[in-house]
Design a protein around this ligand. Structure first.
Ligand code: GTP
Ligand code: MG
Length: 322
């Protein structure tokens, strides 16, 4: 029960939130523009969870801004859990500067059309360290984009692929575009043999148990998806890997993987702990139970389970999608 309250708290129900996250940055710009013109609703919400990423985060934001220049409007949402190294404050100051200097807006020409691009940055500061998955869910809850993209702050996920992933979503019938380290052309740079072996074994286990053989990297932290596919999904694991849960629960979603080179972090320190194996085992059990109840003949059981335990994403999707 504890883990469910944890996700409720950070994601959906304000009444149950033990902490009161503060949101800073250029959200108001989008909101204001939203009422006057649909054109500036961000196409993409880029969610970056952070904990002690002061050495990486501004470089990453600048890099994303460079790659997306003159392409589409986006909102970058950093969800920080009161990092002792002041990551949240650093992002807030950066966002304030962008807003006051109006550098979040650009005009560019495409043929004979003048296009307005807005790339806003905001930070959601939570009052305690609640974990990576709950941070991503919190970012999603507070996002506006038609597409949502998730990446780590430590440059393990190459920001130049952000544009490719968004273009795939825009121009294809796929609902989820996921970065894969294990697809031909992908790789892991900088991990010792032991970490590679554990990751490979965990991936094999998840693919086999959850019948995800068509996905080479179901535990990737680098993925983008159409907001619509979240409708009706109930999140109730302690949240080991969000993509894994989406793959199991987003019925009928079409997935495309693209290869990428995962690079171990160069700056900042790892948040990986020995708890990760336990979390993985719990998530696998939960998702396997879900998978089993989803099978034909088990419909009744599934309904009861999600009613009792559910955190329904559709409520916030409805309230945000125009
Ligand atoms: N908001 C928030 N972000 C977190 C938390 N834990 C990790 N993160 C962020 O989630 C992303 C992934 O965490 P990492 O520490 O890089 O984990 P990892 O990639 O498995 O391991 P390393 O790359 O070896 O550090 C990074 O951007 C972290 O800053 C958390 O409790 N809260
Ligand atoms: Mg990392």
């Amino acid at each position: 029960m504890k883990k469910i309250r944890h996700l409720h708290g950070s994601f959906f129900s304000q009444q149950r939130v033990p902490v009161n996250p503060q949101i800073f940055g250029t959200l108001n710009l989008h909101r204001r523009e939203l009422s006057s013109s649909q054109a500036s609703v961000p196409l993409v919400s880029i969610i970056i969870p952070t904990y002690n990423e002061s050495q990486n985060i501004i470089n990453l934001i600048q890099s994303i801004r460079r790659y997306t220049e003159n392409l589409f409007s986006a909102e970058i949402i950093v969800v920080d859990d009161i990092s002792p190294d002041k990551t949240g404050i650093i992002v807030k100051e950066y966002a304030d500067k962008m807003y006051s200097q109006k550098i979040c807006q650009r005009q560019y020409s495409a043929g004979d059309q003048q296009i307005q691009q807005v790339v806003s940055v905001r930070v959601i500061c939570r009052n305690s360290k609640e974990g990576l998955v709950s941070a991503v869910l919190c970012g999603m809850k507070n996002s506006l984009g038609k597409y949502i993209l998730v990446l780590d702050a430590d440059f393990s996920h190459p920001p130049n692929l952000v544009v490719d992933m968004v273009n795939e979503l825009r121009n294809s019938h796929y609902d989820i575009i996921s970065g894969s380290r294990y697809l031909k052309g992908g790789q892991i740079i900088g991990w010792p043999f032991r970490r590679r072996a554990i990751s490979k074994f965990a991936t094999l286990l998840a693919r086999t148990i959850l019948r995800l053989n068509h996905i080479t990297d179901p535990m990737s932290g680098f993925f983008a998806f159409k907001r619509d596919i979240m409708t009706g999904i109930t999140f109730n694991t302690s949240g080991f890997k969000l993509l894994l849960e989406i793959l199991v629960k987003a019925d009928g979603a079409k997935v495309k993987e693209i290869p990428y080179s995962f690079t171990d972090r160069k700056a900042g320190s790892s948040k990986l702990s020995s708890k990760v194996i336990l979390e993985f085992a719990k998530a696998l059990l939960h998702l396997y139970a879900y998978y089993i109840t989803k099978q034909p003949g088990n419909k009744q059981k599934k309904q009861i389970k999600s009613e009792n335990l559910g955190i329904d994403v559709s409520s916030f999707v409805k309230s945000h999608v125009q």
